[in-house]
Design a protein around this ligand. Structure first.
Ligand code: NAD
Length: 502
């Protein structure tokens, strides 16, 4: 059996074709393990199992309180295996151990536990205002599971993303087929066992790592699928929309970003400098919400940049599992080439390279995909590095002259995922209200929470995940109207058949 087999309809199995692929540790280039490579026929089998499980109501028919108990057990199961999962996540995805423990494993524990709190709310119908005209009626809404959901996720937060999708789908009573990214099959594959042990009936969850073309496409086009939840690039998101249109599937899309951090002139510089570094260099910039544009007021620009560059020297780049490392590698050679390509473009278009700008390959770093923390100053809004999502450790610094200018610069983007304002809370909240993004942090960054809605304006996505609003994206809304006066004589609006004189 592969190290990371498919979890299909409650069983671990190889791909029908027997195909496998190697997962590689991006810190060292070493092999992490062999993964089964799901093909379209595996996608079809997983969908068939999910459809059968949904249609016989083995999960959807349970009370939310009962589903909540199972979700709690999954959360507990992840917690019990936290150390093993964190190490595996770190090797498979290049997450520092701190990120793997906190954001990935800790996030997964938190998400399943919180969605367990929400599931019982779906048991109770939601009363609507009663109506008396044209006759008395009682009206309510039922939030019912949407059916078979498929989820396609990227490689930057493999276990956390799997937990987001599966916890929300299960809380609402759906079946789900999840496709992890081919770069990171490991922890999602392990999750299958925990889900089975927690008591999720067979067929309700399948986890099938495999390529986007073919396997991913099958998950989006199959007529037995009711909803697709996609997290990934805007480019692939557009393709998903096109593919899903054929059968008019429900869609949530969490896509790319080019988030702006606005530093106000009354910002606490100790906080803002370290915050700005964390906002972009966390996980080497491979984060959808990365604060990749730093907007500084003219008056503060030089002093801020000087402090930022000095602090940046203390970022410790190295193999993700090594103690003390605060920034790990990029996920792959392809990503490394992409990021170095953007750095080259930044130089050519006239930005000033103030730090980094090259691959790191000395000593321990020789076989990994490391890029030095990079800062460009004198970036103008038309430059490629100010407009495109780089998904790497490259910060673009722009200047502004007043707050209106800062807001205009921040909003001058096809994206609208997140952003931050550093400054006194009252002024910062005024600015936050003017930003066209789904999340704004004031004097903070990168903190997502299962209670709070998350998603993008503009080309950063569609719909929201998390919280009550996110859960409702995994439901259909049914309105039920109960006529309270059931006498024929009272229903004048039925009078279509007019008695004729004989
Ligand atoms: P990607 O779009 O290349 O791939 C994402 C997933 O889609 C992978 O599982 C891939 O196999 C699959 N895929 C690719 N082509 C497909 C197709 N034609 N049909 C079906 N599936 C297909 O993204 P990536 O490089 O893995 O991840 C980085 C991107 O993800 C960045 O743009 C980042 O901003 C975005 N992201 C967004 C969020 C968010 O919540 N908004 C979170 C994390 C990452």
């Amino acid at each position: 059996m592969s190290d990371f087999p498919l979890f299909l309809a409650g069983e671990y199995t190889e791909a029908a074709s027997g195909a496998t692929f190697e997962s590689v540790d991006p810190s060292t280039g070493e092999r992490v393990g062999t993964a089964a490579k799901a093909g379209p026929e595996d996608a079809a089998a997983a969908i068939a199992a999910a459809r059968a499980a949904f249609d016989d109501r083995r999960w959807a028919g349970r009370r939310g309180t009962d589903r909540a108990r199972v979700l709690q057990a999954i959360s507990k199961g992840i917690k019990e295996r936290a150390a093993e999962l964190a190490e595996l996540e770190s090797r498979d995805s290049g997450a520092t151990l701190a990120k793997a423990k906190g954001a990935d494993v800790g996030g997964a524990v938190h998400w399943f536990r919180t969605m367990a709190e929400y599931a019982p709310r779906l048991d109770e119908p939601e009363a609507l205002p009663q109506t008396m005209a044209p006759g008395p009626s009682y009206n309510y809404v039922r939030h019912e599971p949407v059916g078979v959901a498929t989820a396609i996720i990227p490689w930057n937060f493999p276990l956390q993303m799997a937990a987001w999708k599966i916890s929300m789908a299960l809380a609402a009573g759906n079946s789900i087929v999840l496709k992890p990214a081919p770069e990171t099959p490991a922890t999602a594959s392990r999750l299958g066992e925990i889900i089975r042990e927690a008591g999720v009936p067979d067929g309700v969850v399948s986890i099938i790592p495999g390529p986007g073309p073919g396997t991913g496409e099958a998950l989006v086009t199959d007529p037995r699928v009711d909803k697709v939840a996609f997290t990934g690039s805007t480019e692939v998101g557009r393709e998903i929309m096109r593919l899903a249109a054929g059968t008019v599937k429900k869609l949530t899309l969490e896509l790319g970003g080019k988030s702006a951090q606005i530093v106000l002139d009354d910002a606490d510089l100790d906080l803002a400098v370290d915050g700005a570094i964390y906002a972009l260099f966390f996980h080497a910039g491979q984060v959808c919400t990365a604060g990749s544009r730093l907007l500084l007021p003219d008056a503060l620009h030089d002093a801020f940049v000087e402090r930022l560059l000095a602090r940046l020297e203390s970022v410790v780049v190295g193999p993700a599992l090594q103690k003390g490392v605060t920034m790990g590698p990029l996920i792959s050679q392809t990503q490394l080439d992409t990021v170095l390509g953007y750095i080259d473009t930044g130089r050519k278009e006239g930005a000033t390279l103030a730090a980094g700008g090259h691959r790191l390959e000395d000593g321990d770093l020789a076989d990994g995909f490391f890029v030095a923390p990079t800062v460009f100053t004198d970036v103008t809004p038309d430059m490629t590095i100010a407009r495109e999502e780089i998904f790497g450790p490259v910060l673009s610094v722009l200047r502004y002259d007043d707050v209106d200018h800062a807001v205009a610069l921040a909003n001058d983007s096809d994206y609208g995922l997140a952003g931050a304002v550093w400054g006194s809370p009252a002024r910062a909240m005024d600015v936050a209200a003017r930003l066209r993004t789904g999340t704004v942090w004031v004097n903070d960054y990168q903190l997502l929470n299962p209670h709070y809605p998350f998603g993008g304006y503009k080309q950063s996505g569609q719909g929201r995940e998390h919280g009550w609003q996110g859960l409702l994206e995994y439901t259909e809304t049914k309105h039920v109207h109960v006529g309270l006066d059931a006498r024929r004589a009272s229903k004048r609006w039925f009078d279509m058949t007019v008695p004729r004189p004989r």
